[in-house]
Design a protein around this ligand. Structure first.
Ligand code: PMP
Length: 283
């Protein structure tokens, strides 16, 4: 497929970045993942707004306007031989001529965009739900920023995979924070619970859609800290992300969640999400 690198459109296999790139040396960069349905990016404005927040948070000047980003993304999406995609974009603080932690002077950022087929969850997996494990959250204090320094997230996700599970739910200060690469919702007594968007978690675009849909469909919900004990005794636990959408977690640390099958609210929220997507894409 075609990718974008620093002003050029070229085959992904031919794209080259310097080994002195600060993304490679320090994980010094920001990224976004934007789902694309039938060649139409979903919530691109929200993704580009979150990119701006990340860039502001790491003091990296945004190399492009929203329109410039949208145009570059549109070209990559149009060139791809598949319709449903996940577009990845990354901005790093560029490649200096030496390795020095402090910001380089007069170095252009590295801008990279590529796309891949959107991997959908098989119906059988959706029907059974997935297994998750818990682990202490060992990430830094700015988990609200979508930065490429993802080693702690990588280790957390591998922790799940090593146990045959789909996700690791991270716990900090006695609270459920989020997954290694997803936000987590809990249902207790018919009330949807979401952890607050603070510096401990990534403000998910899907998280916002889920809360909007809950409000639109009259589902009672609360945004507040969720204690580990509340997670463990939940009726339903869901993971959400741009690529997983809304996916029920039916086993947690080897114990069934609620009845051990996707709960009624998870199924309704999944259906509402599909309808909402269809509606937005038809506009
Ligand atoms: N939390 C983390 C740590 C993530 O990496 C992601 C996305 N991959 C999410 C939450 C979900 O965010 P979104 O709904 O915007 O994909």
């Amino acid at each position: 497929t075609t990718c974008y690198l620093n002003g050029d459109y070229l085959p992904l296999a031919e794209a080259r970045v310097s080994p002195l790139d600060r993304g490679f040396l320090f994980g010094d960069g920001a990224y976004e993942v934007i789902p694309v349905y039938s060649r139409r990016p979903f919530r691109i404005g929200e993704h580009l707004r979150r990119l701006q927040q990340t860039l502001d948070g790491i003091r990296l000047v945004n190399p492009h306007t929203v329109d410039e980003w949208a145009e570059r993304i549109a070209r990559i999406v149009a060139a791809a031989p598949f319709a449903d995609q996940s577009v990845y974009l990354q901005v790093t603080r560029g490649a200096d001529t030496k390795r020095d932690h402090a910001f380089p002077k007069d170095v252009a950022p590295t801008v990279f965009i590529f796309t891949a087929p959107l991997t959908t969850t098989p119906d059988s997996v959706r029907a059974s739900g997935v297994a998750a494990v818990t682990a202490p959250d060992e990430r830094w204090a700015r988990c609200d920023l979508k930065v490429v320094a993802l080693l702690a997230n990588v280790l957390a996700r591998q922790h799940a995979v090593d146990q045959g599970c789909a996700e690791t739910i991270l716990l900090r200060d006695g609270c459920m924070i989020e997954g290694a690469a997803s936000n987590i919702f809990v249902v207790r007594g018919g009330v949807l619970l979401a952890p607050p968007k603070d510096r401990r978690m990534l403000p998910g675009i899907t998280y916002d859609v889920v809360l909007e849909l809950a409000a639109a469909h009259g589902v009672p919900y609360a945004v507040r800290d969720i204690a580990e004990a509340e997670l463990r005794s939940a009726d339903e636990v869901w993971m959400t992300s741009s690529t997983k959408e809304v996916l029920a977690i039916t086993t947690l640390d080897g114990e069934p969640v609620g009845a051990g099958v996707p709960g009624p609210l998870a199924q309704r929220m999944h259906d509402w999400y599909q309808l909402f997507k269809d509606e937005v894409m038809r506009r």
